[in-house]
Design a protein around this ligand. Structure first.
Ligand code: PAF
Length: 284
């Protein structure tokens, strides 16, 4: 596996693969890779002749008071994981390589970015869409792989690809969980032992919400309020949101009639964690 840090180098290698008629998969990440990322890379390796993993902590998707500076980084461990997983190239550009002086062009999908995480992180999805579309232009993959844990991100990327007519298949991969249910996340590393124990409340709320819907509950408010009640019993947890939304438009619903996404963000101490489940046709 080769590691590249410039746009020119990665473009050159990918163009060479294309000339040979090889298919290319892209796994965009912010690094500090864990088994969730590993599952995306495994899937990409199965489905493509060549796989590029990008590792880039994208500054423009962090808000002013968010964790850009402290976001965990470990390029050495990421390189080993990618190599073991069978990726062919790791693209690790510096921020100056991705954002040239005077950069002022953004990609936005406002309708799907308004609710859920977009409420507390108003510029996050614009930053995410901008970097993902840049990576798509640079790598020009046949397929790109995203985790279901970031369900709103996945829905937004799908819409962006459709609206901008990128010739790229977006593949959504299931959430990978710790044995106690906590969804794998690079941010889990911020949790101290007590917080780590408390964090299981998110997946317990997911289980409760899903069970209520499976048993016929169709009021979004009833599901949200039962999940909130459960989370509030955990003293270290502070709810950002628990929302049942239409699975495609990401708009909150009152009645659970079509496919829905039930998503939440909860602070455990100062760490903001997310989790979710789909009910109905998951669309991914
Ligand atoms: O999900 C992430 O890690 C990031 O949002 C992504 C897709 C790599 C864009 O920076």
């Amino acid at each position: 596996m080769q590691v590249f840090s410039t746009v020119e180098e990665i473009r050159k290698i990918v163009k060479g693969w294309r000339r040979e008629g090889l298919s290319v998969g892209l796994v965009p990440t912010m690094g500090f890779l864990h088994e969730g990322h590993r599952s995306l890379i495994d899937c990409a390796v199965r489905e493509n002749d060549r796989v590029v993993v990008s590792v880039f902590v994208n500054p423009i998707q962090f808000g002013p008071n968010e964790d850009l500076a402290s976001y965990p980084r470990n390029l050495e461990a990421d390189t080993i994981l990618c190599e073991k997983a069978g990726a062919h190239a790791l693209f690790h550009p510096a921020p100056e390589e991705m954002y040239l002086p005077g950069f002022c062009t953004f990609v936005d999908v406002p309708d799907l970015s308004r609710f859920l995480c977009g409420k507390t992180r108003p510029t996050h999805f614009r930053g995410m869409c901008t970097v993902v579309s840049k990576l798509f232009h640079i790598v020009m993959p046949d397929r790109a792989y995203f985790g279901q844990k970031d369900a709103q991100q996945l829905a937004i990327v799908r819409r962006m690809v459709r609206d901008l007519q990128f010739d790229i298949q977006i593949v959504g991969c299931p959430i990978i969980r710790e044995p106690d249910g906590l969804a794998k996340s690079s941010r889990n590393t911020y949790l101290n032992p007590e917080e780590r124990r408390a964090a299981v409340v998110l997946s317990r709320a997911v289980a409760l919400g899903r069970e209520m819907m499976e048993h016929g509950e169709r009021s979004a408010a009833a599901v949200e309020s039962a999940m909130k009640c459960l989370i509030e019993q955990e003293p270290l947890a502070r709810i950002d949101y628990v929302t049942v939304a239409d699975a495609q438009s990401m708009t909150p619903v009152e009645r659970i009639e079509g496919p829905v996404l039930c998503a939440m963000a909860v602070y455990i101490g100062t760490t903001r964690l997310i989790d979710n489940f789909f009910f109905g046709d998951p669309l991914c």
